[in-house]
Every structure is written in structure tokens, then in C-alpha cells.
Design a protein around this ligand. Structure first.
Ligand SMILES: [Zn+2]
Length: 469
């Protein structure tokens, strides 16, 4: 189920414009929606089209803090469109073209409304090019964390969960619309650019270097990153040949080397646990803790605030399966990301001589997992599948209690069937999207002789602490 789309003022204007156009003949389509219908971020993403590819040609000068860019989006109309929206926040749009012809546009807040020179028919592929520039901004999320464009000691770092990617490129910024990417970023010579996907070359001219990266597997825009700085940059391969690209801030490089060398070992373990690795390369980006406050599972290459410990590396790499390959249908499904990545930590510990998942579950239920009583109580604040608001999408119930839901399933079906279910879920929605209903239906289908109604009612959707562990 999705809530109805809100009718924002910008849409109302576009509706009026479409009606006016229709009056002078031939136009059947209306404007696409200004939001994708997300229950927590209603204006994020847009309606009426699917982006298949982003081609971002950007330049950034850290000293002047100025970004200039041309974004070319290839998209397919999903309905007849007289106008459509893109999300872009805080930068100035200079020119928009659709199909190589100049298009009228209106930019207010995060909504860039584009009126193509001719109507776009449902099913038609179209290309929209946006030229823009300005000083990219940092966004403070409802939960107080910083995302968007973060200026760092030696450059910049872009992080986009949940909506920050609209601060550096125009797009359909909702996880339900995944696409491939080409990115080129030009920076002053001496700085290096690291992004998602695989490197496609670098070239220096007139004191500036351009780095190109390509992401061929579908990516939700919140997982896009670009990291500009004086990185210690390393290329290697895992034991079975998967390319590894890592970048560590020079201040963090020494402390990071040992843990980053274990990426291949973690991926090999995770392949056994979760199924084939979904992407063409792996890696990590380690910046200074003063420049970034949290880790994020940016696709192929998670970002860390300083050298990570091994369990945090496991968590972010597990997200490559759960979150990056199988992405949430909306932000309500965040527990499908975090419950799985948290459970991956438990499984890693269980498989490596630490606490079993059962022991971790028991410690959480008994209120002796965290150091303080308040932290232990916090996991019961709300049901994992229904956070009360956008400020609580990254709170403990989504993580620990989400993982406890998975453990309840394991208790019902047994170890072997549970392990098979973890692999099956990542295969069933590989490179796609899924919501909580998809998940519960999948579990019931895989274990038809089991009754999960209490697990769903008490653990997934229920308020407060379930009466029995
Ligand atoms: Zn996570």
C-alpha cells in the first residue's frame, strides 16, 4: 500500500499549465507527481517516470566551495507527461533540455519542475539534461545527523541517506527508482576522487584532474557517493578475483590498513551466508571522524568515520546484499536494511567463536545488552516495521529489534532453513526493491507449515516488549 500523493502548490501550477496547453490542442498527459509517495518523506522522488541512467559530469573546487555540473538522465515515462519533477536542493539551475531541445523549468525548494517542449508519451524513453552550479549545502536530517554535501579537511564527501543526494545532482531521489551511473568529477590537481562502481580512468590538464567512475549495477540514489581528498588509495583483488578499491584519509590510513585487508575475508564469509556478491567491485572509504559522524553503506564502497572495527565492516558490507542490492520500497522498510545488517553482525560473531545469535537475542530481551538501562529499554520504543516518524528511522528498534524479528523466524524454521532463507531473500529481489509485506509473504511461502502470526503481530508490528522471548 502507498499513501496518496500530496498535491503540492508546484503541482497545482503545473496542472494549470497542462490544462492551458491542452486547450490549444493535442496534449493528453498531465504533470507527473512531485513525490514518490513515501510515508516519511512525501516530497522525495517523483511520479510519472523511471530513471534508467544518470550521467553526471561535475567539477568541484574545495577552496571556492563551488560545484558546477551537467546531469544527463535517461528515463522512461510511465504515464503521458506534460511536465515532470526532479529533486534538486540548494543549487542554481542554468539550463534544462529534454531530447536536445530547450525546456521551460521552475525551481522552488527541492522541486525542479520541467516542461518538455512536447508531450512525453507513456513508455517513451527520454533524455533530460540539467546544467547547474552553486555552493552545495549540508542538510540536517530529522534525527539531527548531517548529510548531503559535507565539506572535509581536505575536500568533500557526499552522503545521501535518506535525501541528501539532491544537494549535488538532480534526480528521482527515492530508493524505489534505481539506475546505473556514470560520474566524472574534475578537481584541482593533487586531489583524488573516489566514488561508487569501478574507475574508468583519470586525466590531468591545466592543473585539474578528472576522475571517471561507472556503476553498472542498479543503485538507489541515496547510496551514491563522491569522496574528494588526499586519499591513500589502494587497488587489489579478493582471493577469488573481485576488485577492491579502498581510500583512507592520510590521518586514518595507518589505523585502517589491517581491517581493510580483511574485506576479502568478510566478503567470502558473506557469500556463504547471503549468496553471490551482488556487485562488480568492493572497497571502503575511511574519512576523519571530525568530517563524518557515522558509517554509511554507500554502494560498493561503504564510508566510515575513522578506521572501522571488524564488526562495523561486517555490518556495512552485509548491506551490499541487504539495502544496496535488495533496496527498501520506501523508508518505512528501513528495518529490512538495518535488521539484516545487525543480524549479520550476530552471525559473524557466532561463526567466529563469539556469542551465538541466541545469546545476543537473550541479552537484548533481558535488558543486559547495552551499558545503560535506558539504552536497553529503547529497543521496545516502537515496532520495527512502523517507526513513528522520520526522526526515528535510525533508532534502536529498527536495528536490534529488527534483528530479533529475524531471530524469531530462525527459532521457528531451524538453522538450515533460516540460512537458506537469508540467501533466498537476497536472490529473490536482487538489484530490486522490496517492502515488509513482500518479506512476510516470502517467509510464509518458504515455510508453509509454520505459523508466523505471533512473530508478525508481537515482534514486527506490536507496541512494547513482547511478553515472551
Ligand atoms: Zn546499517
Amino acid at each position: 500500500m502507498r499513501p496518496p500523493r500530496p498535491l503540492a502548490p508546484a503541482i497545482a501550477a503545473a496542472v494549470a499549465a497542462a490544462v492551458a496547453l491542452a486547450a490549444c490542442g493535442g496534449v493528453h498527459g498531465g504533470p507527473g507527481g512531485s513525490g514518490a509517495g513515501d510515508p516519511y518523506f512525501p516530497k522525495a522522488g517523483n511520479g510519472g517516470y523511471d530513471v534508467t541512467h544518470y550521467d553526471l559530469a561535475l567539477a568541484y573546487d574545495p577552496d571556492g566551495h563551488r560545484l558546477t555540473g551537467t546531469a544527463t538522465l535517461t528515463a522512461r515515462a510511465t504515464e503521458d507527461l506534460s511536465a515532470f519533477h526532479l529533486d534538486l536542493l540548494g543549487l542554481k539551475v542554468e539550463k534544462v533540455e529534454v531530447g536536445g531541445r530547450g525546456a521551460r523549468f521552475h525551481h522552488a525548494g527541492q522541486e525542479l519542475t520541467v516542461r518538455p517542449p512536447g508531450e512525453l508519451r507513456a513508455g517513451a524513453e527520454f533524455r533530460v539534461r540539467v546544467r547547474y552550479s552553486g555552493r552545495p549545502i549540508t542538510v540536517t536530517d530529522p534525527d539531527g545527523s548531517k548529510e548531503g554535501w559535507l565539506r572535509t579537511a581536505d575536500g568533500a564527501l557526499a552522503l545521501g541517506q535518506p535525501t541528501g543526494s539532491m544537494t549535488w545532482f538532480p534526480g528521482n531521489h527515492h530508493p524505489s527508482d534505481k539506475a546505473s551511473y556514470d560520474l566524472s568529477m574534475t578537481v584541482p590537481e593533487g586531489l583524488r576522487v573516489v566514488s561508487n562502481g569501478e574507475p574508468r580512468g583519470e586525466r590531468t590538464a591545466a592543473g585539474r584532474t578528472t576522475y571517471a567512475w561507472r556503476t553498472t549495477e542498479p543503485m538507489a540514489s541515496y547510496l551514491a557517493t563522491v569522496a574528494i581528498g588526499k586519499w591513500e588509495y589502494r587497488r587489489s583483488r579478493t582471493g577469488d578475483g573481485l576488485p577492491v578499491y579502498t581510500a583512507a584519509d592520510p590521518e586514518q590510513a595507518r589505523d585502517s590498513r589491517a581491517v581493510l585487508r580483511r574485506i576479502g575475508e568478510v566478503v567470502a564469509w558473506a557469500r556463504d551466508a547471503f549468496g553471490p556478491y551482488p556487485f562488480s567491485s568492493v572497497g571502503a572509504i575511511v574519512d576523519r571522524p571530525a568530517d563524518v559522524g557515522y558509517a554509511l553503506e554507500t554502494q560498493n564502497r561503504p564510508v566510515f568515520p575513522g578506521a572501522p572495527d571488524l564488526v562495523l565492516l561486517v555490518h556495512e558490507l552485509a548491506h551490499q546484499w541487504y539495502g544496496d542490492s535488495v533496496s527498501p520500497e520506501s523508508w518505512r522498510d528501513m528495518w529490512l536494511n538495518e535488521g539484516f545488517a545487525t543480524y549479520a553482525e550476530w552471525l559473524w560473531q557466532e561463526d567466529h567463536g563469539g556469542d551465538t545469535a541466541e545469546e545476543t537475542f537473550d541479552a537484548l530481551y533481558a535488558g543486559r545488552y547495552f551499558a545503560g538501562a535506558e539504552a536497553n529499554a529503547s529497543i521496545w520504543a516502537f515496532p520495527p516495521a512502523d517507526p513513528p516518524d522520520a526522526a526515528h528511522l535510525s533508532a534502536a528498534p529498527v536495528y536490534q529489534r529488527g534483528a530479533m524479528v529475524l531471530h524469531k523466524i530462525r527459532q521457528r524454521v531451524g538453522d538450515a532453513a533460516f540460512r537458506s532463507l537469508l540467501r533466498g531473500w537476497s536472490a529473490a529481489h536482487r538489484h530490486g526493491n522490496a517492502d515488509t509485506d513482500d518479506f512476510t509473504a516470502y517467509v510464509e511461502e518458504r515455510a508453509p507449515d509454520q505459523d508466523f502470526s505471533v512473530v508478525w503481530k508481537d515482534w514486527l508490528y506490536g507496541d512494547g516488549k513482547p511478553e515472551r522471548p
